[in-house]
Write a protein that binds this ligand. Sequence first.
Ligand code: ATP
Ligand code: MG
Length: 325
Amino acid sequence: MSANIVRETSLSQSDGLQFFNRGKVRDIYQTKDYLLIVTTDRISAFDVVLSDAIPQKGAVLTTLSAFWFDKIKDITPTHLITADFNQIVSKIPSLSKHKEELEKRVMLVRKVKVFPVECIVRGYLAGSGWKEYTKQGTICGIELPPGLRECDRLPSPIFTPSTKASIGHDENISFDKMVRLLGSKDAEELKNRSIKIYQKAHQYALSKGIIIADTKFEWGRIPAPNGISATNSPSGVKVALKGEKESGEIVLCDEVLTPDSSRFWPADSYSPGRGQVSFDKQFVRDYLESTNWDKSPPAPELPEEIIRKTSEKYIEAQKRLTGNC
Ligand SMILES: Nc1ncnc2c1ncn2[C@@H]1O[C@H](COP(=O)(O)OP(=O)(O)OP(=O)(O)O)[C@@H](O)[C@H]1O
Ligand SMILES: [Mg+2]
């Protein structure tokens, strides 16, 4: 892995790319046919992007996402075309000169219309779920058995969607609200696929000594080339014009089952009844919680040691799950 830190990229039209979007962590560009997602080393906590970057983080998130996209491809189609830099260069040759900056942190994907809902699956009682349970015995309104301890495994995984707020914090919503937003067919589909992926990933990760306590998925729909999709055709009738077989397909997008989108705990030190040590950015959150920061920007700078340890945590998660780094 190269040691260079990338906090922000500025690829341009001369590279055959158009700027598309800058998220908290990712810089996204578009070509005529695809999106190029560059995962930087930026880190956000409590929805604020920190001024520090975490070495290797972008590469870890990209490698892990590509690994999982492949592993779960029997459950769902995904947006990933390739994360192999040579293959990407074969489609966008001008990128070869950015090899040092981009290699291992870039994915070529299909552009989708992202559903405005984050699909969260929880297998354990942690974080905001634990807080709600202690107050009212529920998580996001879902009734749970009494007597559970912090970080206990739930009887079965639960689906707790939230809105995807463009500014500020996401807000938990009931499944009924999700149905009202997306319609019951899509809402059920996203829920079922999300739970299936969680179950498969949880079982696999456990065999590698990692508990995936919870995770968040994002889903999108491939738009029809002429803007008419199965659900918005004027007649309301499903349209599949010649050559448009893929139109309207729902695919898993964004990142998947990374330490940013999930809580990963080492299985060997797991012990319910307390908070767990983790491989994810809980470590950074814990540090920030120990300061007096009011969670509005700017966030405090991270001490060198927290940056180094966070980087090590991310790399270890990747090593354990994929067997390489
Ligand atoms: N295939 C895709 N087509 C279109 N948009 C996508 C696709 N995959 C992911 N996205 C969107 O790209 C953005 C990814 O950037 P990033 O992860 O930095 O955003 P963020 O959501 O602001 O950050 P965070 O992950 O901390 O919530 C998200 O808004 C995501 O919904
Ligand atoms: Mg994101």
